[in-house]
Write a protein that binds this ligand. Sequence first.
Ligand code: IPE
Ligand code: IPE
Ligand code: MG
Ligand code: MG
Ligand code: MG
Length: 314
Amino acid sequence: MQYPEILDQYRLRAEQGLKEIFDRSTGPAPLLQAMGYSLFAGGKRVRPVLVLAACETFAPGGPDPLPAACAIEYIHTYSLIHDDLPAMDNDDFRRGRPTSHKAFGEAMAILSGDALLTEAFGLVARSYRDAGGSLAADLLAELAMAAGSAGMVGGQVLDTLYTNRHASQSDVETTHGMKTGAIITAAVRCGAILGGADEDELAALTRYGNRIGLAFQVADDVLDVVGSRESLGKTAGKDEAQGKSTFPALLGLERSLGYLHRLSTEAHAAISRFGVRGGALAAMAEFIEGMPEPRPNGRAIPHATPRTAAHRAP
Ligand code: IPE
Ligand code: IPE
Ligand code: MG
Ligand code: MG
Ligand code: MG
């Protein structure tokens, strides 16, 4: 899972920005320790990279996209901390280390997630309030829509409702689009808004975001089946053990990979109008499609039959 070179500059900028912004945080030391523990544990930084890359698709000279990029990574990190809690996926490992609740206890894990979410909104409000127009409010509305009941949190609720229940392909697409696609689409949209995209350009980038957002969770589902704890930095094989409604459970691995390829093709088509300016976004679509590579021991991913036993009809 190596980033294409064209994206590495954005990742380094995001990493640097996160450090500088987090260093200015105030609050009780144990809380800051827990927040920093999860933030700086080696995430791929896909969402902040998307903010920066989407912004640079347009003319330079606008407001700095870095605070918005970092705010989205704060929200994403909060979502991971809560996703891992015993009441949710009950995971012990994340980003190559014990999960927040394993390291600090459940109360601190919950509260550090709460703080990351809240600080993200403060960061955007403070960073863009003097930029003029409705920029700060527009970005805040994007983030709230993507993170809230119609977005990530709503998707996490569907995820729990479809656990050990039958879900159709359209149910799983909706769940994945909300729990993962919404924040990824918001990253692209915030970058585009900061870059000064017009309405048509924003619509094209929204289509791109929807496709790679869904693709990202399909790739994550496949990796849960074919990856290892060492390569993923998180427990593998949990989805099937917990009866999650995933693409591999629904379609098998080969068809899931075919679906991933189709989504990536559609993402490329959505940004074709940007030509070379869309190069970084195209590279991200390719990166996401390639996330399940290399396959274990260089072999083709074995054909898996769709699971039915664990998926009882409601
Ligand atoms: C994992 O996200 C959770 C999903 C939304 C699938 P990432 O795979 O982006 O996790 P990090 O940020 O690299 O740790
Ligand atoms: C998580 O999906 C999506 C979030 C909103 C955090 P998963 O539960 O599949 O993510 P992992 O596999 O634990 O990273
Ligand atoms: Mg989950
Ligand atoms: Mg999980
Ligand atoms: Mg997963």
